[in-house]
Design a protein around this ligand. Structure first.
Ligand SMILES: [Zn+2]
Length: 266
């Protein structure tokens, strides 16, 4: 039974993932999200069998069925990532209605991560929607009697203030103000110890990737150009990845360091 649920969730994830691709490519371009999918190169309308997540990309060898133009590898990557994310969410939450809320939340976050990676900006509309949903989480938990509203509310503010301070003292070079907004949503989405874990993990992974990119840039520049290192690495993808890992694995760095003195609730 479990296997069926996981497979079904993965397939659902890839379908949602192919919709997220459309959102990523069309967001803020003035195009609508509806309408038939067409090839960006030859403008031919795609048939249903060209639109099956992951499989169509594989069968068509990553090219348009008509004009043979290469299709962005982003399509299957986002589809597979969404599928895996949905599977891990179901594994963590198991209650299907609640899992659906996290499907929506992490779908928004995935779009923000890829959008920030491509355009170096966090879209306001999406991050405000995310903050709204996260606020609803602490509010409903409070009204259901399980949550400590002021504690959750202020921990989100503190985390956001931390990022806003980094943005302010560095004149936006280390962090964008969008990262502070994103941190507010993450602060309200996760319990405090998972937030701390997420932030530490984000800085850790971010610096390793940053070092690696500088290393590659150094090596290739010696051989005359090649890989140009773009000094502005967007932070949102790391923050979102780490928030997801902390959530799915109930990751608690403080608990590990302190040998289980802190107990991560939630
Ligand atoms: Zn084409």
């Amino acid at each position: 039974m479990d296997t069926i649920i996981y497979v079904a969730t993965f397939i659902l994830g890839t379908i949602i993932g192919s919709f997220l691709n459309v959102v990523i490519f069309r967001y803020n371009t003035g195009k609508t999200m509806g309408g038939r999918s067409m090839c960006l190169s030859c403008s031919k309308t795609l048939k249903w069998n060209h639109l099956i997540p992951v499989l169509s990309y594989l069968f068509l060898l990553g090219r348009c069925a008509y004009c043979k133009t290469k299709v962005s590898i982003q399509y299957p990557i986002i589809e597979v990532l969404t599928g895996l994310a949905f599977m891990l969410i179901v594994h963590r939450v198991y209650l299907i209605p609640i899992a659906f809320i996290y499907f929506i939340v992490f779908s928004i976050l995935l779009v923000i991560a890829v959008y920030d990676y491509r355009h170096k900006i966090i879209p306001d509309g999406l991050v405000y929607a995310f903050i709204g949903i996260s606020f609803l989480r602490i509010a409903t938990e409070y009204f259901w009697g399980g949550g400590a509203f002021m504690q959750d509310f202020s921990s989100g503010l503190i985390i956001s203030l931390f990022f806003a301070t980094l943005w302010w003292v560095s004149d936006g070079r280390w962090m964008g103000f969008g990262d502070a907004k994103l941190a507010l949503g993450i602060g309200w989405l996760l319990p405090f110890c998972q937030n701390v874990s997420a932030i530490m993990l984000a800085f850790f992974v971010g610096s390793i990737v940053g070092l690696f990119l500088m290393f590659v840039a150094k090596m290739t520049s010696k051989r005359g150009g090649g890989f140009a290192f773009d000094k502005e690495i967007p932070f949102a993808p790391f923050l979102i990845f780490s928030a997801f890992v902390s959530f799915v694995f109930n990751f608690d760095i403080l608990g590990i360091i302190m040998g289980g003195v802190f107990v991560c609730l939630g």
